[in-house]
Design a protein around this ligand. Structure first.
Ligand code: HEC
Length: 449
């Protein structure tokens, strides 16, 4: 309690309070079995945290469903799990908001169990301890259909593209009409390569919404503005809007795709599909959400200059012209990208790191979606300060050539630097109400402890 009261803003308390109260304490107290076995201790963890990807036909290189499949990988598993590279969730645990809607990381106790199991020789244990097989959603099923009580109201496909077996990366940018004849509000979005083989060649996909916009203010603090609807990358499936929030999609609009394919040694043809769940006709959510691409370097594309054989740090500052709730953080960098930080400098000068990814891994364009009671509420006048750094040295695993100068570009061997951030803008009254509600939630949460 004292901790919370000593802060001036409910919102800053929200940012740090949650980080401090969170399950770290609880999990450290969880007992870790002295002699963990695969069947009793490891399989339940893998069902929960690994198999979504590590099963036949999915994006991971090997299945981790049975003891026979897992055993040869024991040492590699220990290494990846201990360093928190797997499951892919690369947000730093020691700083910033730690409460997310889509957290797939392991608890400290789970990691300790896996490490101890491997150190003890990775024993199988009693087969009768094995938990029931995990049940996964069918691939032909839209993942949010259960949540919304039916499939998406609108599905838009990119036009088919054939990626040769061997080629450099390709970009495919078809424009497709949404077919909408009236304005509607989006409450959920799913986007995915249409087939499982398609997942292997689709590096990432952007769906940009093309429509007439009158509301200039929406573009505030963003470099791309209201036009970007959704981005898909490995490990990201979609987005459900918070209650009473939505994205506006207008009659006569179209989707401009920007799909990045890479070759995998086999010719594959595929499309990407965008599923939109709409609010019922005539129902208009109060809050409009806008996806911004906040640049992490100043001076425009030509200004990004990454010298050979050194680490380059860039910074950029964006003033929020309207109060807003920051819904997520998704760093976007290419092969030499090493880290990104999003910080809020509040109007009274107080600085709060919201999120930090210091071991960025280009394979994983993770989207970190803040939990409802943790999404930062920031008053207008807040400066969002971004920092990104690039490691163009031989020390960076996967650096294609540390002797090259690198500038801005589409190819993965070029660089970029921005954060995809959904912002819900709030007027003063709604902002005050939201901050008050947040403070009350936190009071209750601490009282209950
Ligand atoms: C979201 C999907 C996903 C989840 C969840 C996931 N993995 Fe992975 N894993 C991958 C992919 C894709 C790769 C290959 C690319 C890479 O290394 O990043 C990989 C690579 C690995 C490797 C290295 C394989 C090699 O070739 O050396 C290990 C070990 C591993 N994962 C273990 C795990 C374990 C253990 C878990 C759960 C605790 C887990 N992974 C969860 C997708 C996933």
């Amino acid at each position: 309690m004292v901790r919370l009261k000593s802060w001036r803003f409910g919102l800053t308390a929200a940012l740090l309070g949650l980080a401090l109260m969170c399950p770290v304490v609880a999990s450290a107290a969880e007992a870790v079995d002295e002699q963990p076995s695969f069947t009793k201790d490891i399989a339940p963890i893998f069902r929960d945290k690994c198999e979504a990807c590590h099963r036949p036909g999915y994006i991971a290189p090997m299945s981790l469903q049975t003891y026979a499949e897992v055993r040869p990988w024991a040492r590699s598993i220990k290494q990846r799990v201990e360093s928190r590279q797997m499951p892919p969730w690369h947000i730093d645990k020691a700083v910033g908001v730690q409460s997310f809607k889509n957290d797939r990381s392991m608890t400290d106790a789970e990691i300790e169990t896996v490490v101890r199991w491997v150190d003890n020789g990775a024993p199988q244990g009693n087969p009768s301890d094995l938990p029931p097989a995990a049940v996964f959603a069918d691939d032909d099923v839209w993942n949010y259909a259960d949540f919304f009580g039916g499939p998406p109201d609108v599905v838009i496909h990119s036009t088919p593209y054939t990626m040769p077996a061997l080629a450099q990366d390709h970009w495919w940018k078809p424009e497709v009409s949404t077919g909408l004849t009236e304005d509607r509000w989006i409450r959920g979005i799913e986007i995915r390569p249409t087939t499982v083989p398609g997942r292997r060649i689709t590096h990432h996909a952007l769906a940009r919404l093309q429509q007439e916009e009158e509301d200039e203010a929406l573009g505030a603090a963003s470099d791309i503005g209201p036009g970007l609807l959704m981005e898909w990358a490995v490990g990201k499936q979609g987005e459900i809007m918070r209650p009473n929030s939505g994205k506006l999609i207008k009659a006569g609009s179209s989707i401009v795709w920007d799909i990045h394919y890479h070759a995998v040694g086999e010719q594959i043809t595929d499309t990407v599909e965008l599923g939109l769940y709409l609010y019922p006709k005539g129902e208009e959510p109060k809050f409009r959400q806008v996806l911004a691409a906040f640049s992490t370097f100043e001076g425009g594309r030509e200004a990004l200059s990454i010298l050979p054989n050194q680490v380059t740090v860039t910074e950029a500052f964006h003033v929020m012209k309207q109060n807003g709730r920051i819904e997520n953080f998704q760093p976007h960098l290419h092969l030499r990208g090493r880290g990104m930080q999003m910080e809020a400098i509040l109007p009274d000068g107080e600085r709060r790191v919201l999120s930090l990814v210091s071991k960025f891994d280009f394979n994983w364009h993770n989207n970190y979606v803040y939990a409802d009671d943790a999404a930062p509420l920031l008053p207008k006048g807040t400066v969002l300060a971004f920092k990104a750094w690039y490691d163009n040295t031989a020390g960076l695993r996967g650096n294609p050539d540390p002797n090259q100068w690198v500038g801005w570009g589409d190819r993965t061997v070029d660089e970029m630097g921005h954060a995809w951030v959904n912002v819900t803008y709030l007027d003063d009254a709604d902002f005050e109400a939201a901050t008050a509600e947040r403070a009350a939630t936190l009071e209750t949460a601490t009282d209950e402890e």
